[in-house]
Write a protein that binds this ligand. Structure first.
Ligand code: NDP
Length: 330
């Protein structure tokens, strides 16, 4: 799916700017999740003329979620894609220049900062708001790659439908895994939840919901050894239990839900991050170690990772940017 999106994006880039000539902007926002759009709304209303590049997953991770029930202002809940569409409309209403495209390189060594989009367009900006979010992690076993898109997925909402009335497995013990298992339990015949520890990390309420579902079987202390298949599609998974024995499950779908990696790679030469790659910000602000570069949302938040906290830090990033631009001559 990502590759396809990338192709779509690069197809659209050519009419934006002649090759080789950097475009100069005042405020550049990279990423279009709740953090990026909130930053855009605030920056646009403050007349910073923000230019936003949507990134690899326009709308961010929420576009792969079903119901969002904990974002204030939606008393009856809302689906992730609808909510992100609302964010986008609001950012556009105040004049944000929203463009498709992926940031592929950066040079933050001096101001104006330079960000390369889709390996070809260069944007020079007086201020930069990084809202690139985080990406799903995979187990890293060979068979996972082999069956990617043919039975292996990191998004139940995107792909669960293909396994209607079939048996599937989800690996992971956090809230994401619990959520994926619950979602799949409404579509599939049986769902195995594979957890490597003897307990789940998910919040108590999510654990209870999982336990209440008759068609979810939780397998504690099981580690995935290999995903197996026939004729290029998944037919089962081989696990190792706590006694070191092999356990084989007959499944047609294998969903990986083991956490995320922050999308900070192209900025790491310049910005301070923690050991995982989350961009460090000065507490109580969205400021990074470089003046004029701000970070918000999941790319800088290893703890809360909620849409509402991402939106909150997006607001902080725009307000910090406004202050920065107001006190500098460019
Ligand atoms: P987490 O980091 O919380 O959990 C990851 C899970 O995957 C852990 O159980 C971990 O096991 C397991 N894991 C990691 N690597 C492997 C591996 N190689 N093999 C097997 N298992 C592995 O990530 P989540 O994405 O679940 O959640 C991230 C954050 O988002 C959390 O703060 C969560 O609360 C929040 N969230 C909230 C939701 C909601 O409120 N509705 C929905 C989804 C997420 P171990 O415990 O052994 O380390």
């Amino acid at each position: 799916m990502s590759m396809f999106k990338k192709m779509e994006l690069s197809d659209e880039k050519s009419d934006k700017q002649p090759e080789g000539e950097p475009e100069k902007v005042k405020c550049l926002i990279i990423g279009s999740g709740p953090a990026g759009y909130t930053a855009a709304i605030y920056a646009a209303r403050a007349n910073l003329n923000p230019v936003m590049y949507e990134g690899l997953e326009p709308g961010g991770q929420l576009t792969t979620t079903t119901d969002v029930e904990n974002f204030p202002g939606y008393p009856d809940g809302v689906t992730g894609p609808v909510m992100m569409d609302d964010f986008k409309k609001q950012a556009a209403r105040f004049g944000t220049d929203i463009r498709p495209g992926i940031a592929t390189a950066s040079d933050l060594s001096s101001s104006p900062f330079r960000v390369t989009i889709d390996d070809s367009i260069i944007i020079e900006t007086d201020s930069l708001i990084i809202a690139t979010g985080a990406t799903a992690k995979y187990l890293g076993i060979e068979s996972e790659k082999k069956y990617m898109g043919s039975g292996v997925s990191a998004c139940a909402t995107c792909d669960g439908f293909f396994y209607k009335n079939q048996d599937v497995a989800v690996v992971g013990g956090g809230d994401t895994a619990a959520e994926e298992a619950l979602y799949l339990s409404g579509i599939c015949k049986k769902v195995y939840l594979i957890i490597r520890k003897d307990h789940m990390r998910a919040t108590k309420v999510m654990q209870q919901r999982v336990m209440d579902k008759e068609n979810i079987t939780v397998l504690y202390e099981h580690v995935t050894r290999e995903i197996v298949g026939e004729n290029g599609v998944v037919t089962g998974v081989i696990l190792i239990n706590s006694l070191g024995e092999e356990v084989r499950l007959e499944i047609s779908g294998f969903f990986v839900a083991i956490g995320h990696t922050p999308n900070s790679g192209i900025f790491r030469d310049y910005l301070e991050t923690d050991e995982v790659g989350y961009i460090k910000t000065i507490p109580g602000t969205a400021k990074t170690n470089i003046e004029g570069v701000f970070a918000c949302g999941d790319v800088m938040d290893p703890h809360y990772r909620q849409a509402v906290t991402a939106a909150g830090t997006g607001c902080m990033a725009a307000m910090d940017t406004e202050k920065f631009l107001g006190t500098r001559k460019f």
